[in-house]
Design a protein around this ligand. Structure first.
Ligand code: ZN
Length: 76
């Protein structure tokens, strides 16, 4: 799912950082400007899918960064 942020950053919504905001709601934080997107336009089910995918990618990025000599991820 491609999205464009207010700051002009574009890319997969799932590539943004998953965070828990107030109200125990999940949001995706833009790595460019820190904007929190609650994905209000999505239905509950698809929102959950986007969040779980973004968590997966987030963890994969962390593991990638921890691994010595691992390849650098290209930032879109
Ligand atoms: Zn942004």
């Amino acid at each position: 799912m491609r999205e464009v942020c207010y700051c002009g950053r574009s890319g997969d919504a799932e590539d943004r950082e998953p965070v828990w905001a107030e109200d125990n709601r999940q949001a995706l934080r833009c790595p460019g400007c820190g904007y929190l997107d609650y994905l209000p336009q999505l239905e509950e089910g698809s929102r959950r899918l986007v969040f779980s995918e973004s968590e997966k990618r987030h963890l994969a990025r962390l593991e990638e960064a921890m691994r010595p000599g691992g390849r650098k991820e290209e930032v879109a």
